[in-house]
Design a protein around this ligand. Structure first.
Ligand SMILES: N[C@@H](CCC[C@H](N)C(=O)O)C(=O)O
Length: 279
């Protein structure tokens, strides 16, 4: 089977073209492909399938030709992946499966339709406006850190670090604890600290993330959107642009009255033939 490897600010994906939805993709197979020693390695898998040919995409087939079938590296599904969507669109454009359009390119996802456009050398996707809906806490290394629950299509818990704690000092080799009653399907946990003031944006935040289903990653696009929405609320703004620095680079998030644009680099780095590993 042909594959392409790509990443957005270090959040890396194995892209599997499967236009007719013929591939029997199982959680075990996804986990084997994403294994960094025995497989190709990746934070997740992006299957490229005609929306009409996938049960989760069919309802949007009239609006988008392609469905992003996103899987986490442990073989679980997620509703949405912001960096994945940007890399998915890069793949569609570079392979000629879609052409750059003046208007935004629609892509079907489990969280509904997203729209993408070129942003200079980068790719930007428009997703739903993050919804801040509860106060909660994350448990990490004996600490209980207050945070805000945010829905970006998938669940997030954004925890600004108190003074005296440094992002670099956090041990994210283990999953942070969270309230399973508030997050029955698990949650992505972002830890943040203020960044230096920057020109041309309304705020600058540093972030590390522990992703549901993929452990610590170098970047999380939906996580950056959640972090930006919390940063805007803390500065008593409803809308604005926030630069979010992740270990893998910089994402720029613009929250508007009714949506959220996520922009940053999205690159394809390899293509090849995958001998499907036996789990
Ligand atoms: N890295 C992604 C988010 C992937 C899904 C997440 N792990 C979940 O289970 O919700 C992004 O860029 O948004």
């Amino acid at each position: 089977m042909k594959f392409t490897k790509g990443h957005g600010t270090g959040n890396d994906f194995v892209i599997l073209p499967d236009p007719d939805g013929a591939l029997d993709l199982t959680p075990e197979l996804v986990a084997a492909i994403c294994d960094r020693r025995r497989g190709l390695g990746g934070d997740g898998v992006l299957r490229v399938v005609h929306a009409a040919k996938h049960p989760d995409g069919a309802a949007l087939a009239g609006e988008a030709e392609w469905f992003m079938d996103y899987w986490n590296s442990d073989g679980s599904f997620a509703e949405m992946c912001g960096n994945g969507a940007r890399v998915f669109v890069r793949y569609l454009l570079e392979t000629g499966l879609a052409t750059p359009v003046a208007d935004a390119l629609p892509v079907a996802t489990r969280a509904g339709l997203v729209r993408a456009r070129l942003d200079g050398p980068d790719i930007a996707v428009e997703m739903r406006r993050p919804r801040l809906y509860a106060a909660s806490t994350a448990a990490l290394g004996g600490l209980t850190l207050p945070g805000t629950a945010v829905d970006v299509g998938n669940p997030h818990l954004v925890c600004p670090l108190p003074a005296g704690l440094e992002l670099a000092g956090l041990d994210l080799t283990r999953a942070p604890g969270f309230d399973p009653a508030l997050f029955p399907a698990g949650v992505n946990v972002e830890f943040t600290a203020p960044g230096e003031p920057l020109d041309d944006v309304d705020g600058h935040v540093l972030m590390r993330v522990y992703e549901r289903g993929s452990a610590e990653t170098l970047s999380c696009g939906t996580g950056a959107c959640a972090v930006a929405a919390v940063a805007l609320r803390e500065s008593t703004r409803e809308v604005g642009t926030i630069a979010v620095d992740v270990p893998g680079g910089r994402l720029t998030v613009t929250v508007t009255d009714d949506s959220c644009w996520l922009s940053g680099p999205a690159l394809l780095v390899a293509t090849g033939t995958l001998t499907l590993p036996t789990p």
